[in-house]
Design a protein around this ligand. Structure first.
Ligand code: B12
Length: 200
């Protein structure tokens, strides 16, 4: 991800020229701090899939709040998270959100019944924003890791609870990797699947 380049350009804008007055210097310091804080800010689009046309279980009776995504978003307060709940939106709203919000990372969640619908969302995300990493967490990814990582549009799987793993993974991605040091994830490296140690 080219976050480093963008941030470097921004930080450079404040430098050079005449030495600032005492007041000017402190203003400059504040601006620089703001730039550093901004550097680490990652835009994350979190997506709840929709299978209501096909489902026969609870999902066809009621739509509960996307608790898992709210937990994940709450775990990343330094970043800008947007949740899109496809059970409540028109189908095309997904592409609209990708183009409007321009996320740096897309995060997907799925129960097993939602796996195929979620793979389709991963593919659509890559079609619109090919270089944006797609992270998939939740029950299906944890229970059926092979099935999820066989989907080429998925870059990372978060296994188990996401509150600690996800912000660490975001930090690693934003820093340009490597991600091997983040416990509780899986990803492809060439032909191989890398599984980092499970999160305690
Ligand atoms: C409470 C509950 C319900 C409630 C509410 C669920 C809700 N939250 O909306 C109700 C009764 C509505 C329900 C319904 C169903 N449930 Co239910 N439910 C549970 C239960 C007991 C807890 C789920 C929960 O709320 N966890 C709390 C949330 C916050 O945790 P979480 O979802 O695990 O999310 C964490 C991680 O998974 C991860 N994560 C999740 N998504 C993502 C995404 C990203 C990007 C990242 C980084 C991380 C991440 O981080 C999160 C925070 O740590 C579990 C069993 C269990 N003990 O875990 C079964 C369970 C999830 N349910 C299950 C099933 C099958 C269903 C139904 C399909 C049943 C049916 N036939 O209708 C429906 C589907 C409803 C739907 N899709 O809308 C299965 C799922 C199995 C599977 N392989 O998918 C489970 C595991 C039970 C089981 N052992 O079979 N369920």
């Amino acid at each position: 991800m080219a976050l480093g380049g963008k941030a470097a350009a921004r930080t450079g804008a404040g430098g050079g020229g005449r030495a600032p007055s005492r007041r000017g210097r402190s203003a400059h310091f504040l601006v620089t701090c703001f730039h550093y804080a901004e550097e680490a800010r990652v835009r994350i689009l979190l997506v709840k899939p929709d299978i209501s046309d096909f489902s026969v279980g609870f999902a066809s009776l009621a739509r509960t709040a996307p608790l898992e995504l709210l937990m994940v978003a709450a775990s990343a307060p330094d970043h800008e998270c947007r949740i899109i709940d496809m059970r409540l939106e028109k189908d095309a709203a997904f592409e609209d959100a990708l183009l409007d919000f321009r996320p740096d990372v897309v995060g997907l969640t799925a129960y097993s019944a939602e796996a195929e619908a979620t793979k389709a969302l991963a593919r659509r995300a890559k079609q619109v924003l090919p270089s944006v990493p797609v992270v998939w967490g939740g029950y299906h990814a944890t229970m059926a890791l092979d099935d999820v990582l066989e989907e080429p549009s998925v870059d990372f799987v978060v296994r188990g609870e996401g509150e600690t793993t996800f912000p660490e993974l975001i930090q690693a991605i934003a820093g340009g990797g490597p991600c091997d040091g983040v416990a509780g994830i899986a990803f492809r490296k060439g032909e191989d699947m890398v599984l980092t140690p499970p999160r305690p």
